[in-house]
Design a protein around this ligand. Structure first.
Ligand code: GLA
Length: 750
């Protein structure tokens, strides 16, 4: 039997180096959930409603995929022996679990290694496996986490005898979340250097079926637009080459059947826990099998491994749901809320904030900031955020062409520094509450303007390719965060700001992509450096509420969410646009992670004028609700509405932070988008219902609720008391007046 005899030798060769606490070949159940079953060399990972199965093919030592879908029990039927006529070899006709390159599989490989001699063939065969309860951390990378009750791990050790390359496939299953996560650890056990040219964290081979693929595409101020298309024969996919996860495409993929809807049918969701460039390929092969791969972008990898060195891929999450796209999203949300976001604020305590950016832009100083903070407190905000424009001494940041890199207060604008201002602001009391206002600040520490002391001192710290021009974008360059000295500089600069005054919120921005790089591998080296910075700062300042931002949602990804519990969803604050952006983002990410603000009208991005109530209702569907405007410039009616909207947002917030989200009606399909949030215990819910255009002389739709208990009775604010069955099968009807009208309705289980 090929492969099995090598097990002991491989273990002896030290393949278990990073998981030395695990017993080889052990078969074990997690708690009483049967989470991982290793039957000889056939493996099953079981969630409450999912099974993931693969086995070792004895004739080749290759791993073959058997199933990823609804729960299986007992033995499974053997797959039919494929025909072997024609050019496509056996490897190209079967479902492979970790397809390497060469040897007749003409599909996109999960790994391509340039061996010491230059070959790009590899032959990674099963050696042994180990099972453990719990889940080890990934060295230097963000990853899901959980205790022994939450998660079990299977590690399959592969080895290429011809080149002495080893690969560990690390699978963990979170049974309650129907989630299986995977990463790959590649080790060079040989004497010469090798190069990893491509590496997918996850590759799944689905059987012959028709699929649609769904991704999130966009651009600056137009993030997360859902794109659904048929998976055709051939390779299709999307990527980011920007150095970051990007606005252009999000590192998220869903596969569904053509008949799957929001609430019905099978849906698979894949989400890569990574902030750098990535690649998603979906290939329907000549044989009709569909392969999906998510991982590093091969154009920006070329990772050299010397003897004894390893490369760990980011982790990829996969979720299966039989309850449609909505079911997939909710499982992903629960997984991320409970097993990804490390912050103590993951599920609580998001103060209503007022951010200075759209109200004051760069025109700030200590008195205008204090005045704005006073007005924020008067309206009932609990956190005041001073955005861009506060720093730079020799090269003051008064526009976007100077100052980045010089993280000291601008002495003209803040002659006494920040401390006394922060003290004054944090002594203000938020209206109608005993809470003191908190102070937050904006930084963009990975960047530098050429007009800065930092750049003059360290021109070599920016990413550049030798003599090629250093292309500026928004007048700025990117620091090479792969360098330890740059990481330390950023850690010190941000620590200084936080040590010197009572600042308890940081908005961490990043406003351009990476252009010129000295080598392709710098992208991943940058990410490892960035994660070190994030890890150091967030553990040093655990009481700070950190918010990610990259010109809005340019880095709305699970890598950032590991460290920062919330992300500014988009620079587009137009409420109508925001419904699409927020609902699109919610395909993969929990609403608790979204920053959403009421801004002034006409909207700065679209010029649209929308009533303040509608703006408020859209913004309170985000976990971090706030205002981004100058109260003094508002109309009387708008200003008068704000305290009421703030208290409504505070009432809704626990449901948004911890509840389940049901997208009842989508903005791309209906004039009446609607969303329902149901509390974890099912006792409370809140319905958001919007009308985009006035509805003249035409019936209004009935909106069918989801996720309620059929038998239970619910009191519906303003409507009466109805059973869950009635609310889900008949629904509710609302007649709203005019363009951009909306309503928020609470439900309570009796
Ligand atoms: C980016 C952010 C905005 C704001 C500006 C400041 O565009 O997305 O929210 O902070 O930078 O320059």
């Amino acid at each position: 039997m090929v492969g099995f005899s090598r097990g002991a030798a491989a273990a002896a060769a030290g393949l278990l180096s990073i998981y030395s606490n695990i017993q080889v070949g052990m078969t074990q159940d997690s708690g009483n959930t049967n989470a991982i079953v290793a039957d000889g060399t056939a493996f099953t990972l079981n969630g409450d409603n999912v099974s993931y199965r693969f086995h070792v093919d004895n004739s080749t030592g290759d791993l073959r995929s058997d199933h990823f879908g609804g729960s299986l029990t007992g033995p499974i039927p053997a797959a039919a022996e494929p025909e072997t006529q024609g050019w496509v070899g056996l490897q190209g006709r079967v479902r492979r679990e970790f397809p390497d390159q060469g040897r007749g599989d003409f599909r996109v490989p999960a790994i391509r290694i340039r061996q010491t001699e230059g070959y790009t063939v590899s032959d990674l065969q099963y050696q042994s496996h180990s099972v453990m309860q719990g889940k080890p951390a990934l060295p230097g990378l963000p990853a899901t986490f959980g205790n022994e009750q939450d998660v079990s791990t299977l590690i399959v050790h592969l080895y290429d005898n011809y080149s002495a390359v080893a690969a560990d496939l690390m699978y963990s299953v979170f049974p309650k979340n129907d989630a299986i996560v995977r990463s790959v650890n590649v080790m060079n056990k040989g004497d010469g250097a090798i190069t990893i040219e491509s590496l997918a964290s996850l590759s799944v081979d689905m059987p012959y079926e028709d699929f649609d693929m769904i991704g999130l595409r966009g651009d600056w101020a137009r993030e997360a637009h859902r794109q659904r298309r048929k998976v055709e024969y051939g390779v299709q996919g999307f990527e980011s080459t920007t150095g970051y996860s990007s606005h252009l495409h999000n590192p998220f993929l869903s596969l569904v059947h053509p008949t799957t809807t929001e609430s019905q049918g099978e849906a698979w969701g894949f989400s890569l826990i990574y902030t750098g460039s990535f690649r998603v390929d979906v290939e329907k092969s000549s044989q009709g099998l569909t392969r999906a791969l998510l991982g590093f972008n091969p154009n920006q990898l070329s990772w050299k491994l010397g003897p004894g060195e390893t490369l760990t891929s980011p982790e990829c999450v996969s979720i299966y749901s039989k309850d449609g796209i909505g079911g997939m999203s909710r499982s992903m949300h629960r997984l991320y809320r409970n097993h990804l976001v490390k912050s103590k604020f993951a599920k609580s305590d998001r103060p209503v904030l007022l951010n200075s950016w759209e109200g004051l832009s760069f025109n700030i100083n200590q008195s205008s900031i204090y005045r704005l903070a006073q007005e924020s407190a008067d309206l009932g905000a609990k956190l005041f955020v001073m955005d861009d424009g506060w720093f730079g001494d020799k090269y003051p940041r008064v526009t976007d062409n100077a100052g980045l890199g010089d993280w000291v207060p601008n002495p003209d604008r803040f002659p006494n520094g920040l401390e006394p201002l922060v003290d004054k602001v944090t002594s203000l009391k938020a209206a109608n509450s005993s809470t003191n206002l908190r102070f937050g600040i904006w930084v963009e520490p990975e960047m530098v303007n050429p007009s800065s002391v930092l750049y003059h001192k360290h021109p070599d710290w920016v990413l550049h390719a030798g003599p090629y021009p250093r292309t500026e974008e928004r007048n700025q360059l990117v620091l090479n965060v792969a360098l330890t000295e740059v990481q330390d500089f950023i850690i010190d600069a941000v620590s200084n700001i936080l040590n010197n005054s009572d600042i308890t919120y940081v908005k961490w921005d990043n406003n351009r992509g990476i252009h010129e790089t000295p080598s392709p591998s710098i992208d991943h080296a940058y990410m490892l450096g960035l994660y070190r910075v994030f890890e150091t700062l967030t553990s040093r300042f655990p009481n700070v509420l950190w918010e990610g931002c990259a010109s809005g949602g340019g880095r709305f990804d699970p890598g950032v969410l590991q460290y920062f519990p919330q992300i500014w969803t988009s620079d587009d604050t137009d409420a109508v646009e925001r419904i699409s952006i927020q609902l699109g983002t919610s395909l993969a990410y929990p609403p608790s992670a979204m920053g959403a603000h009421i801004s002034a009208v006409p909207n700065q991005q679209t010029g649209r004028t929308v009533p303040v109530t509608f703006r408020g209702h859209v913004a309170m569907m985000g976990g971090s609700f706030g205002l981004e405007l100058h109260p003094a410039e508002l109309h009387e009616g708008e200003k008068a509405a704000l305290p009421g909207l703030i208290s409504l947002a505070e009432k809704v917030n626990p449901l948004v932070l911890r509840g389940d989200m049901y997208r009842l009606s989508l903005p791309e399909e209906s004039n009446w988008p609607a969303v329902l949030f149901i509390s974890e215990d099912g006792s409370n819910a809140v319905l958001f219902y919007f009308q985009i255009r006035a509805n003249i002389n035409h019936a209004a739709p009935w909106i069918k609720l989801q996720g309620l208990d059929k038998q239970a009775m619910y009191s519906v604010q303003g409507k009466g008391t109805f059973s869950g069955a009635t609310l889900m099968n008949m629904g509710l009807q609302f007649v709203l007046e005019g363009d951009y009208s909306s309503t928020v309705v609470f439900l309570e289980r009796q």
